[in-house]
Design a protein around this ligand. Structure first.
Ligand code: ADP
Ligand code: MG
Length: 245
């Protein structure tokens, strides 16, 4: 079954549901509307890409869905859990148990090997995956004994992806994971994320400027001025399997 078809059946309830999400920053007399009345549903297993110019509200939206930030008004739910108005302890638990994050900078521990960086997370996870299997999934099985400084930027970011998914999160949230990488290297990192989505079924949201990702996603949302201004549903024209490590 094609991935897009999976999301169109009746009775498929969204894993994320956001309604009228708004976030306003006040700096003296000036108001900045980071998000304006955003409505969004994301289905289990869906791979969504957020595109948009700098300052359009992408990170704000991702951070609210990841329990890292809260809106000024509106509502956001993950499954039947309220994210808006939840206490710090509840949000911390949500992030720890259910969300994997990947950011622009890899933040690997330099004194640990690739395998150790990934294993570290399994010690605090409830239902970890096998670190070796996860490193294989991102194409790093021949790099497990290397230290971060011995890897390219793209390889380090793939370790960061492995580290985010080894705890088998329900949701993988990536904020410009290719921001520090060239286009081709970025494509390989995105292919690793796409493979994790395909093979583990992890609901995935990626912010990127790398156009290659658009072909791997189920849906591309364009943000502009804090609103969703465009939506494209894509068949996966570019399969992750077509990108070689
Ligand atoms: P993007 O990720 O698309 O670049 P952001 O979500 O980071 O956009 O930011 C959206 C808008 O909110 C921008 O205009 C940004 O300057 C503003 N903004 C974000 N964080 C803050 C903050 N802590 N204080 C004031 N303004 C902020
Ligand atoms: Mg951002």
């Amino acid at each position: 079954m094609n991935a897009a078809a999976r999301f169109e059946g009746p009775g498929v309830s969204p894993v994320f549901r956001a309604r009228k999400l708004s976030k306003t920053y006040r700096m003296g007399e000036v108001e900045v509307h980071a998000l304006r009345d955003v409505d969004l549903d994301i289905i289990e297993g869906e791979f969504v890409v957020l595109l948009g110019p700098s300052g359009s509200g992408k990170s704000t939206l991702l951070n609210i869905l990841g329990g890292l930030d809260s809106p000024t008004s509106g509502d956001a739910q993950w499954r039947d859990h309220q994210l808006v108005g939840a206490g710090d302890a509840e949000l911390t638990r949500y992030r720890r148990e259910h969300v994997g994050f990947v950011f622009q900078f890899y933040n690997l521990i330099p004194s640990l090997t690739v395998l150790e960086n990934v294993q570290l997370v399994t010690e605090i996870a409830d239902r970890p995956l096998d670190p070796l299997e996860v490193l294989k999934l991102v194409g790093l099985e021949r790099r497990i004994d290397h230290f971060p400084s011995q890897l390219s930027g793209g390889e380090q970011q793939r370790v960061a992806v492995a580290r985010a998914i080894v705890k088998s999160p329900d949701v993988l949230l990536c904020d410009e994971p290719t921001g520090a990488l060239d286009y081709e290297t970025g494509k390989v990192v995105l292919a690793a994320i796409a493979r994790a989505n395909e093979q583990l079924g992890t609901t995935t949201i990626v912010i990127t400027h790398n156009a290659a990702i658009a072909g791997m996603a189920d849906r591309v949302l364009r943000l502009g001025g804090g609103r969703i201004v465009g939506e494209t549903r894509n068949p996966r024209r570019l399969s992750a399997e077509e990108v070689t490590w």
